[in-house]
Design a protein around this ligand. Structure first.
Ligand SMILES: [Zn+2]
Length: 81
């Protein structure tokens, strides 16, 4: 199982989100919503990773997976400027 730092950040983020939900609903529903989001994100990331691997020939950004254009990421480098 690939358990990387990004997963820890995701879990911490979802845990905080769950705590934020607790005042508004029963804890069991908050847990179910957060679990659903977690697996949804895992599936999404897995599919996106497959698309990225099919696209590696062009060069891709390690942060967001966008194609590199002129040695810059159109998303990340644009935001940083
Ligand atoms: Zn990027």
């Amino acid at each position: 199982m690939n358990f990387v730092r990004r997963d820890i950040i995701l879990i911490v983020g979802l845990f905080l989100f769950m705590i934020g939900l607790l005042p508004f609903m029963a804890p069991i529903y908050a847990v179910l919503i957060v679990l659903g989001m977690y697996f949804g994100i895992k599936v999404y990331v897995g599919k996106r990773r497959q698309l990225i691997e099919n696209d590696v020939g062009e060069g891709i950004c390690m942060e967001c997976g966008s194609k590199i254009l002129n040695k810059k990421c159109p998303k990340c480098d644009y935001i940083q400027e």
